[in-house]
Design a protein around this ligand. Structure first.
Ligand SMILES: NC(=O)C1=CN([C@@H]2O[C@H](COP(=O)(O)OP(=O)(O)OC[C@H]3O[C@@H](n4cnc5c(N)ncnc54)[C@H](OP(=O)(O)O)[C@@H]3O)[C@@H](O)[C@H]2O)C=CC1
Ligand SMILES: O=C1O[C@H](COP(=O)(O)O)[C@@H](O)[C@H](O)[C@H]1O
Length: 548
């Protein structure tokens, strides 16, 4: 595997998945129905379509993952052409020179229809156009709703009533988050969707479920005995799941202000990660087994209490040379000047079951911080019975910690204590057992989350999508605290763009049992600091020479 080039690997995978896809489609279709597909992108004029959906469709097409008879139909209200849409998306498509001919073919498969999101006649027109373009009235249809949630209701209804293919063609509806704004609106949306679609037709996308390291949690947990034995309250002191971004709302403030960071990131991405980290072992990786276990563990979590929550909102850093960092959240054009919407939040949850009773799960997410990073930290309990003298005292040793770095620079590392090399006494150093992907899997291309998930939709696999009961449980957990925040009952702590986080949040984590010593330096940073100090020494020497 290690010697396989990324190109070979991709091709191998493409062939394998394509064969599976073909086999599956053949078993669904009757002989009489050609394997024809239409992929609709609703909101084709928008940000997500431009940055993620069209590029992903191109990459899947380029790598041979998509079926032969497929066409793509963009739909939105704007008076646009397909050429204009691809011009706007150009910088995200990453087309290499040698792929130009193939890209041209891909563009020829793309079409655009303009219409409203609430008029029957526009959906009749869309249906008519799609039949014409695909030359088939029973082609299978994918509908990607890259739209603001305010129009999900009318669009999903009109698709079902006007754009369903004739038999045996099937429909798969892909819905973007946020799935509602709270428990009530989410239930209303789910109820609405279930009037028009069977649950098997609905794919609620949470793109974190398509990330390599999130998918790896299951393998790590359930294929290694050393982890399965310690994955519980007896050994684990605390679990931290962290999402940090070094950008602000960047003009998306209008959307963000209605939601805030808990709805935007914690209720979905972080809660999904939590459920995979904490669930019991599923019976298998097929069917509904995984999603059943995820729901079970969410059911054991009580709604978050306000005393376990810290929220904040970022201010501009007036001293920064970067013009974006000078702007605070309230400077975003779409945000009301008196908004108290949180852009940072830490929530601490407890899972009331035999495995996790008493272990804090600290979920922390923030925009406009000092770095972009997402990771999971499983911190283990102190080693009992101290025996090592550090500086003449039996100080507690640093805790072992298993870190799953989701992004950037995917890695899994286990922080452990070792004997400081070369020393005569038992002096102790923190180090790591490290699986950094860039080093271990050099040249292996990790697919983008959207690539995996859209491919899953083609394959008809819903394991990595959110089921309605999972959604309901996740909303139940955050709903009361969201009400309190919306009613401005919680203090919003200001922080400067570029801060590492809120001291109040760090203190709360410590109070709940997470120990931060600040003494550990990771391998890459360590070697960087060695290099830097060597450089400094060389500079000093050169200076001395000049002076003498
Ligand atoms: N952008 C991102 O990075 C991410 C987005 N998402 C989710 O994806 C979905 C789409 O996001 P994004 O592309 O950013 O959204 P946009 O704001 O870009 O909206 C997409 C399209 O919807 C139409 N639209 C915009 N506002 C309205 C409105 N008030 N009423 C009716 N139609 C409207 C516009 O098309 P037109 O006017 O031409 O009809 C627009 O081009 C959202 O649910 C979002 O939460 C999820 C993860 C990341
Ligand atoms: O869903 C969302 O995710 C993005 C972050 O995604 P990532 O893959 O870059 O980590 C976030 O910026 C956005 O606010 C949120 O809606």
């Amino acid at each position: 595997m290690m010697n396989t080039t990324s190109e070979n690997l991709t091709k191998e995978k493409a062939d394998y998945i394509y064969q599976r896809l073909r086999k599956q489609i053949t078993s669904i279709d009757s002989e009489a129905c050609p394997q024809s597909f239409v992929f609709f992108v609703f909101g084709a004029s928008g940000d997500l379509a431009k940055k993620k959906i069209y590029p992903t469709l191109w990459w899947l097409y380029r790598d041979g993952f998509l079926p032969e008879h497929i066409c793509f139909v963009g739909y939105a209200r704007s008076q646009l052409t397909i050429e204009k849409i691809f011009q706007n998306a150009d910088k995200y498509m990453k087309v290499h020179d040698h792929e130009r001919d193939l890209y041209k073919k891909f563009l020829e498969l793309n079409h655009y229809v303009c219409g409203s999101y609430d008029k029957s006649e526009d959906f009749d027109k869309l249906n008519h156009e799609a039949n014409k373009i695909s030359q088939h009235t029973s082609a299978h249809r994918f509908f990607y709703l890259a739209l603001p949630p305010s129009v999900y209701g009318s669009v999903s209804e009109l698709i079902s009533t006007h754009c369903r293919p004739g038999a045996p063609g099937w429909v798969r509806l892909i819905v973007e988050k946020p799935f509602g704004k709270d428990l009530q609106s989410s239930n209303i949306l789910s109820g609405h969707l279930s009037k028009f679609y069977a649950e098997e037709e609905i794919y609620r996308i949470d793109h974190y479920l398509g990330k390599e390291m999130v998918q790896n949690i299951m393998v790590l947990r359930f294929s290694n005995r050393i982890f399965s034995r310690v994955w519980n309250r007896d050994s684990v002191a605390a679990v931290k799941i962290i999402f940090k971004e070094d950008i602000g709302t960047q003009g998306r403030g209008g959307y963000f202000d209605e939601f805030g960071i808990i709805r935007d990131v914690i209720q979905n991405h972080l809660m999904q990660i939590l459920s995979i980290v904490a669930m019991e072992k599923p019976r298998s990786t097929t069917g509904e087994d995984i999603r059943d276990e995820k729901v079970k563990v969410l059911r054991c979590i009580a709604p978050i209490k306000s005393e376990n929550v810290v929220i904040g909102q970022y201010l501009g850093d007036k001293e920064s040379k970067d013009s974006e960092r000078q702007l605070g959240y309230l400077d975003d054009a779409g945000v009301p000047k008196d908004s108290t919407t949180p852009t940072y939040a830490q929530t601490i949850l407890y899972i009331n079951n035999e495995r996790w009773d008493g272990v804090p799960f600290i979920l922390r997410a923030g925009k406009a911080l000092n770095e972009k990073k997402a990771e999971i930290r499983i911190q283990f309990r102190d080693v009992p019975g101290g025996m090592f003298d550090e500086n003449g005292s039996k100080a507690p040793l640093a805790r072992d910690e298993l870190v799953v770095r989701i992004q950037p620079d995917e890695a899994i590392y286990l922080k452990v204590n070792t004997k400081r090399p070369g020393e005569m006494s038992y002096s102790i150093e923190e180090t790591e057992l490290d699986l950094t992907y860039n080093e271990r899997y050099r040249g292996v291309k990790l697919p983008d989350a959207y690539e995996r998930l859209i491919l899953d939709v083609f394959m008809g696999s819903r394991i990595n999508f959110v089921r309605s009961d999972e959604l309901q449980e996740a909303w139940r957990i955050v709903d009361p605290i969201l009400t309190e925040i919306d009613q401005k009952k919680l203090p919003v702590v200001p922080y400067k763009f570029g801060a590492a986080g809120l001291p109040q949040a760090f203190d709360a984590a410590v109070k709940h049992g997470y120990v931060f010593t600040g003494t550990y330096v990771r391998k890459d940073e360590r070697s960087a600091s060695v290099i830097n100090s060597q450089k400094e020494k060389e500079k000093e020497k050169a200076k001395e020479k000049v002076q003498s």
